[in-house]
Design a protein around this ligand. Sequence first.
Ligand code: GRF
Length: 222
Amino acid sequence: MTDRPTAGIKPRLVVLVSGGGSNLQSFIDACAEGSLNAQVAAVISNKAGVGGLDRAAQVGIPNIAIDHRAFDSREDFDKNLSELIDSFAPDLVVLAGFMRILTPDFVNHFLGKLINIHPSLLPAYPGLHTHQRAIDAGDSEAGATVHFVTPELDGGPSVLQARVPVLADDSAESLASRVLGFEHKIYTAAVQWFCQGRLCMENGNAILDGKSLPEQGVIFSD
Ligand code: GRF
């Protein structure tokens, strides 16, 4: 395990949000306390007025809304978004509740430096309403997965997964809130691995410390 050779220069994160930004806050806090050796260079949202932009503004991080509805096509929006992201020269682009399906061109432009968290035990339940789907299926466990992004929706290689029991009286909301606490832990941990140069994607596989990870990634334990 080796740290990046660029001593003193912190890897730059550009974080994409569409909502409240609690995962973003965990990055901001971890950078401030030193458990994450990175800097949040910018926060970008496809919606104005969301909590994630406010959280960035409160600590002086550049924050920009780029409204997808102002563009004629998904391709046009993604092209403008990728140019905006590039202007901040990120080492890693972090999707943190960014509720947009991304075009293959966008994903391929950032391939290997684009990471997401999905609130299910991937490969189970790609897409939306994951907690309700886990409850409806009678699953005993739910959770969240950090994964590299590839053009297949929620289909890129898994890095780190937190498993959370589903309780008998869980609603989708209570389960989501319990899982979210674990999201904050696993997402900052996975991004720290990347920033330390321990984690990368090669030939469609997530590699940690030189070894290919299994399908579900590392299973998180507190
Ligand atoms: C998280 O549950 C994340 O897994 C999902 O969207 C939610 C974002 O939450 N993709 P927040 O905006 O980080 O609070």
